[in-house]
Design a protein around this ligand. Sequence first.
Ligand SMILES: Nc1ncnc2c1ncn2[C@@H]1O[C@H](COP(=O)(O)OP(=O)(O)O)[C@@H](O)[C@H]1O
Ligand SMILES: N[C@@H](CCOP(=O)(O)O)C(=O)O
Length: 319
Amino acid sequence: MAVYTEVPDGELAAFVKAYDIGEVVSCKGIAEGVENSNFLMRTTKGSYILTLYEKRVNRSDLPFFLGLMEHLAAKGLSCPTPIKARDGEALRELCGRPAAIISFLEGMWPRRPTERHCQLLGGAMADLHIKGRDFALKRPNNLSLAGWRTLVANTKDRADEVSPGLADTIQDELAFLEKNWPQDLEVGVIHADLFPDNVFFLGDRLSGLIDFYFACTDFLVYDVAICLNAWCFEQKGEFNVTKAKLMIESYAKLRPLPEAELAAMPVLARGGALRFLLTRLYDWLNHPPGAFVSPKDPLEYLKKLRFHQQAKSVAAYGL
Ligand SMILES: Nc1ncnc2c1ncn2[C@@H]1O[C@H](COP(=O)(O)OP(=O)(O)O)[C@@H](O)[C@H]1O
Ligand SMILES: N[C@@H](CCOP(=O)(O)O)C(=O)O
């Protein structure tokens, strides 16, 4: 359950008084999510999400995340927008934590993504990339090559506890990626964690994207590579090439993919797999006993990495 900080009623009422959103009718902790404390808050004027940013979110990154949501929502992307208090500030403090209220988005995330979901996702991701082009703030991706090196250093001594030989596999993969990571692809704002639980649907419509707290400035097509990992493998681990093809094709209808981006896809997909393998491995090895958030399986991403290691070209993804 991702509520790390409880908010007493009195403090909440005082906090909400700074806004023009009516009075609190109810406020319930949301079980999903892992990073922050989230509450579904209903007021006399509507529904909102209240987020208290916890330890892993760097306070200095919050203006980037909140500014990005505001920018994208103002351009018509369906995503939450930060609600400003009467003094014009969206980022405030509650119970000793940085906190913000964002708009509530209708929809459900797909427990079993279909081909149609993947197709709709491709278009929404391209839309995000296009609408983010004129966002003024920058945030380097701290979970790219340099960040992976640090995570490898922090996990290598115990990686083999999770699977024998894992430390060497990871070390070899990092060396490969350091040599082969592309250089000159288009850079812009990426979501960087566009997993099914961060994409909402209502019937046959994609109703919105949430959770911009890993968003950063990186190769746009790296977001596509992350989504190949997160959306296109079936539950038993087999790759669904139809899902990949539909996702990439609908993306490319809005933002055509240059030859260099297509050629880089297998390497970027390997990078995406290593990124989630490493963060999951770190969390697996370091989660405190009795913690209420269960760590996700790192080995799911080892299997995905092995698939991408066999990919000779973008043809492996149906193109
Ligand atoms: N703007 C929103 N509208 C509706 N539900 C939301 C919104 N933001 C978050 N949620 C709900 O809160 C859950 C956790 O949010 P998320 O941002 O993914 O948390 P975390 O960053 O802690 O992983 C989501 O799965 C969703 O159920
Ligand atoms: N998508 C990541 C974990 C981050 O979780 P989120 O709730 O912030 O989307 C993974 O699957 O490893």
